[in-house]
Ligand binder design. Structure first.
Ligand code: O2Y
Ligand code: MN
Length: 602
């Protein structure tokens, strides 16, 4: 087998691909050029094999159904393999690098038999951005190749940028389902759970993934590279790799504010990224919906890029009510995974329309009618869509220098206690708000639904090193940014009233809260100091045209001192898990928080 194209001149890359080929034993090797012809050829092959269904209602769009056991990121099977366990910290699964590699080499041995090995050169970030990084993913999944075409910049342009000795992050992926001679393939090959490993070796900037073909387990540029490995690189090199959307809010006077916001999975991050403000004269542009890479620029301000070029969004719940911009984006050139197929050849998911179709094929490939009583689409069904198709994508979304960040927002899903919005008293307090952010669990993060889980900075599944050291990194970044540091806020769109209904309407109305943040940034709006931070008074928020039941706004902004006091012990338990890696400055923040609550309770 001729594994190397003559045009490839990078000896480190050649060596790594040859090694992988020797181990995985593919039938064939294809170097991806990133062209539309390549995408079309791979899709045609998958349609022919039965792995994909071409949609008749959307041009160049395809539906895939995964294996029923391979439907989401698998946190239990995700490893952060630093040589020293303490460097992975208490929130990550750990195995020692040698032991993990030994186990995975056994699995990788011959794992691509009967399949093509694809070599995908990709750039996270605009190719010419100083913040961008290059990865090379080796995979035996053509589905992964096509998704990577949308989610990253792929192919010849990247190879040109890499040159003969450029730095790249090696990402090895296999679905872990070798084919014996003559063996017929299945439509979604993958390995059993105990053979799934999503492994990160931060010391070597190396990713090895085996056994899953789904989302973050397999599209290795996203969570594996852009967050878990990049968070390590960022710490070493003095920048930030965060689980944050990036948006630009524009005032009626044309003043532009840039907001980076961290929310745990399934808290409406994509909806917020494509916000349609309800306040008169304000508009919003989307720069990214999931990940922000940020560096301190020459003028001392933090500048952010979106390292991705597509959206891998949760389909269920996406509708013209919740996210009209996403709906308008999904008109073609998309990949759908685990959505239902309608009889007229379109996709459907719960919440897409008020009226479900009378009949569909569900995500498992079975006949479905509303009377089935099961969801037609899997709750974690996804669309993969080019960012360029988003009607509110910013004209600057690919600016290689990034955009200057004015405001950080941390969010979570809390039925009680947490107010609609609070502003940090200062940077250290903001880091405390980020470090103690918590959310009630939903389907996307697997495990039981409705439990409270502390999810610091929405990075719990994505921080590639000890979270205590990560808190220190945030404190250090604040020291370096000084007076040019973004303001920090924490929000909760999900507080319930006594009737069990959400108090805040959310969606486009969230612009009212963001507007207050922008006014705070410009020292143009009031607030009161509370034990948990600066709170807007009702009159500080622009509520023009919003009819809320009497008392709801007051309830949304109410600080329930006994409830906060009761949570202090949980917060302490959460923080002391980091032992001596917990920065003293955060321990001091906890003490000050407790003191303020005590004083307020007297
Ligand atoms: O289940 C998956 O593999 C997708 S997870 C995901 C996808 C896009 C954006 N964010 C997430 C997440 O879990 O945070
Ligand atoms: Mn995410």
């Amino acid at each position: 087998m001729d594994s190397i194209q003559p045009s490839v001149q990078h000896s480190g890359l050649i060596q790594w691909v040859e090694e992988a080929a020797r181990m995985c034993q593919p039938a064939d090797i294809h170097w991806c050029d990133g062209s539309k012809a390549e995408y079309d050829r791979l899709m045609a092959g998958m349609v022919e094999s039965g792995a994909a269904t071409e949609l008749s209602q959307q041009p160049n769009s395809y539906l895939f159904r995964s294996d029923a056991s391979d439907v989401a990121r698998v946190e239990d099977r995700t490893y952060i393999s630093h040589p020293d366990r303490d460097d992975a910290g208490p929130t990550n699964n750990w195995m020692d690098p040698e032991g993990l590699k030994k186990r995975m080499r056994e699995l990788y041995e011959g794992c691509m038999a009967g399949r093509t090995m694809y070599v995908i050169p990709f750039s996270m970030g605009p190719i010419d951005s100083p913040i961008a990084r290059i990865g090379i993913e080796i995979t035996d999944s053509p589905y992964v190749v096509c998704n990577m075409h949308i989610m990253t910049r792929v192919g010849t342009v990247v190879m040109d940028r890499l040159g003969t000795d450029g730095e790249f992050i090696p990402c090895l992926h296999s679905v872990g389902a070798p084919l014996a001679p003559g063996q017929e393939d299945v439509t979604w090959p993958c390995a059993p759970m105990e053979e799934k490993y999503i492994s990160h070796f931060p010391r070597e900037n190396l990713i090895w993934s085996h056994g899953s073909g789904y989302g973050g387990n397999a599209l290795l540029g996203k969570k594996c590279l852009a967050l878990r490995i990049a968070s390590n690189m960022a710490r070493r090199e003095g920048w930030m790799a965060e689980h944050m959307l990036i948006l630009r809010l524009i005032s009626p006077e044309g003043r532009r504010y840039h907001i980076a916001a961290a929310f745990p999975s399934a808290c409406g991050k994509t909806n917020l990224a494509m916000l349609q403000p309800t306040i008169s004269g304000w508009s919003c542009e989307c720069i990214g919906d999931d990940i922000a890479w940020m560096q301190i620029g020459p003028n001392g301000r933090l500048r952010a890029i979106n390292p991705e070029s597509g959206f891998f969004g949760v389909a269920p719940g996406t509708s013209y009510d919740s996210n009209p911009m996403a709906m308008d984006m999904l008109h073609g050139n998309c990949i759908y995974t685990n959505c239902a197929l309608t009889d007229d050849g379109d996709v459907w998911w719960e919440g897409k329309t008020d009226q479900p179709p009378a009949h569909a094929v569900d995500w498992k490939g079975g006949d479905w009618t509303p009377s089935n009583g099961t969801p037609a689409a899997h709750p974690n069904a996804r669309f993969t869509a080019p960012a360029s198709q988003c009607p509110v994508i910013s004209p600057d979304w690919e600016d290689p220098e990034g955009v200057p960040i004015d405001i950080f927002v941390f969010g979570g899903r809390r039925s009680h206690v947490a107010p609609l919005v609070v502003q940090a008293l200062n940077w250290d307090h903001g880091v405390f708000l980020g470090a103690t952010a918590a959310s009630e669990t939903t389907a996307a993060n697997i495990g039981s639904v409705g439990n409270l889980r502390y999810d610091p900075f929405a990075m719990l599944p994505f921080c590639g090193y000890n979270m205590g050291d990560y808190f220190s990194h945030w404190l250090n970044m604040g020291d370096r940014l000084g007076g040019k540091a973004p303001l920090i806020f924490r929000v909760n769109w999900f507080r319930l009233g006594l009737d069990g209904q959400w108090l805040w309407p959310g969606f486009g109305e969230n612009s009212r809260v963001l507007k207050w943040m922008c006014e705070r940034f410009d020292d143009q709006s009031g607030a009161v100091e509370s034990p948990v931070g600066y709170l807007p008074r009702v009159q500080d928020l622009d509520l023009d045209g919003l009819e809320l039941p009497t008392g709801d706004m007051e309830e949304l902004l109410r600080i329930d001192i006994p409830a906060w006091t009761q949570e202090v012990e949980d917060v302490r338990r959460h923080l002391i898990r980091f032992g001596d890696r917990l920065p003293a400055r955060l321990a001091a923040q906890l003490a000050a928080h407790e003191e303020r609550l005590k004083a307020a309770g007297k």
